[in-house]
Design a protein around this ligand. Structure first.
Ligand code: SF4
Ligand code: SF4
Length: 198
């Protein structure tokens, strides 16, 4: 009987202690958020999913080469000024968030984002495509300048490009009279009749 009463006493005391702790927390500010409607503000250098800003990317392949698990897929078509990137994808099934691609990227196109909750039901949904093949990204510096894509030191590069074009124009002008003279000779021969006819 004594044991029975002690058990009841212990149960009541334990319940009251628990209620006391709960009561203390009722007055405190909550530390939880209504996720996913509310989210924590993440630290600036938080390493979330890799993101590619294709406006800055010129398909130099450095990130893909340095990636230890080969989870960056870059595909281009064409050569020289007509080289365009039509695929930049990251396979997050394989990514280990090492950040080497972001360190290696010379244009800061490849960065860690603040995204961390890409839950999916199918693994193929974790291969993220960044380029719309209908709008491929130019790779050549001149083409990028022409099309308004990011180029490091764009102003200096634009000035160099303008200088090159001007030099080419002048050269063409200088060659024109010579070419014209040469052309005139045969032209003066063959279409002689026409000239005379006029
Ligand atoms: S973070 Fe590492 S593993 Fe992930 S894509 Fe970049 S280099 Fe590859
Ligand atoms: S993301 Fe950076 S390193 Fe990777 S291909 Fe683009 S420019 Fe080169």
């Amino acid at each position: 009987m004594t044991q029975y009463l002690r058990d009841i006493y212990d149960a009541v005391v334990t319940a009251l202690k628990g209620m006391g702790i709960t009561g203390k927390h009722l007055a405190r500010k909550p530390v939880t958020l209504q996720y996913p409607d509310e989210r924590w503000v993440l630290p600036e250098r938080f390493k979330g999913f890799i993101y590619n800003d294709t406006h800055r990317c010129d398909a130099c392949l450095r990130c893909a080469k340095v990636c230890p698990v080969d989870c960056i897929y870059i595909e281009t078509v064409g050569k020289g000024k007509d080289r365009f990137m039509h695929r930049y994808a990251v396979d997050y099934n394989k990514c280990i968030w090492c950040g080497l691609c972001t360190i290696e990227c010379p244009t800061n196109a490849c960065q860690h984002s603040h995204d961390y909750d890409h839950a999916v039901y199918r693994r193929d949904r974790l291969v993220y495509e960044f380029v719309d093949p209908k709008h491929p990204v130019p790779c050549h510096k001149e083409r990028r300048l022409e099309m308004g894509y990011y180029v490091p030191n764009a102003e200096a590069e634009r000035a160099k490009l303008a200088a090159r074009k001007e030099a080419a124009r002048k050269k063409a002008e200088q060659e024109k009279p010579e070419a014209g003279g040469k052309d005139d000779a045969p032209a003066g021969g063959a279409p002689d009749g026409e000239t005379k006819g006029e």
